[in-house]
Design a protein around this ligand. Sequence first.
Ligand SMILES: C[C@](O)(CO)[C@H](O)COP(=O)(O)OP(=O)(O)OC[C@H]1O[C@@H](n2ccc(N)nc2=O)[C@H](O)[C@@H]1O
Ligand SMILES: Nc1ncnc2c1ncn2[C@@H]1O[C@H](COP(=O)(O)OP(=O)(O)OP(=O)(O)O)[C@@H](O)[C@H]1O
Length: 301
Amino acid sequence: MRASGPKRRVVVSAPAKVNLYLGIHTERDERGYHRVDSVMAALSLADTVTVEPAGTLEVVTVPAADFPMEQNTAYRAAVALAQAFGLEPRARIAIEKRIPLRAGLGGPSADAAAAIMGLCALWGLDVHDERVEAVARAIGADVPFFLHGALAYLDGAGDCLRERFEPLAGLPVVLVRPQGEGVSAGAAYARFDEDPQPLPPLEPVLEALRAHDAAALAARVANNLAPASCALAPEIDEVLAWLRGRPGVRAALMSGSGSCSFALCASLDDARAIVQAAQAERGWWAYAATMEKSGARVIER
Ligand SMILES: C[C@](O)(CO)[C@H](O)COP(=O)(O)OP(=O)(O)OC[C@H]1O[C@@H](n2ccc(N)nc2=O)[C@H](O)[C@@H]1O
Ligand SMILES: Nc1ncnc2c1ncn2[C@@H]1O[C@H](COP(=O)(O)OP(=O)(O)OP(=O)(O)O)[C@@H](O)[C@H]1O
């Protein structure tokens, strides 16, 4: 029988997300962060984060990152978590990357949430402790979502949980990211400020999710950050127009700050056919995902 107490090696799944609704307000908080209404869904596309004890703090990624380890959200999360609890951040964190970067799929945030979850298990901390929540929020606006489940509405800076919904687990979602640099979230918000867009209706989206109604949801998804991101990366519009003309697409929308877009599909076969066509006809990155039933979660310890 396994002894209770701190665990020795923990493997955590770090799922990507899409924003089914993103409404950016012009109002900002004391940090300069915009007020945001955000509805996010976790997906079956995921990084894998393995956390184990070590002499110092080390973060390695596969494939290797092109930026210093100290800038990795998982590294920053480990330092902040240890500091919040008066511990030394002694751990090795290995991240298998599958979620594309600068895509609006929340990869860096998911990795941070998974690292936090793994370190809590390793160090015997309660992941529901409010200090853990504060650490998550300090690392990135999307990080708290991944600690809270699979389908949720958040407000504040997009980091305050307001409502959780029964996951639409298994719902097919195809992801398509055009070639190019992608879009950084900060750049998209800065562009938004130059030409703020009206808020789309939020309540109909929440009603569709409360009713667990995927068809009603598809008619209501919206993102008012999309015009800003499309101005920075016009190829996003090309992807959206292409997606909307494919068989089986119920709705297509840019995720988060882009440059990845997604389509809610009638079937997984439709999603797979779209992946093939996106790769063969356009050379775009594409992935046939489904909605998940949980956010970041321990898969092995
Ligand atoms: C676009 C979204 O992904 C939608 O889910 C998020 O709003 C962004 O989440 P994120 O990548 O975790 O964002 P962070 O790393 O916290 O912030 C990156 C930058 O985006 C801007 N930012 C982010 C969130 C927010 N509510 N207002 C902002 O203005 C800030 O300039 C910030 O410096
Ligand atoms: N764990 C990580 N994985 C990938 N990139 C990371 C990680 N930690 C820090 N980064 C940095 O974050 C940058 C991407 O940030 P950005 O917020 O634009 O990403 P994103 O993939 O669009 O995610 P989001 O949807 O949360 O905005 C990378 O270019 C890299 O420099």
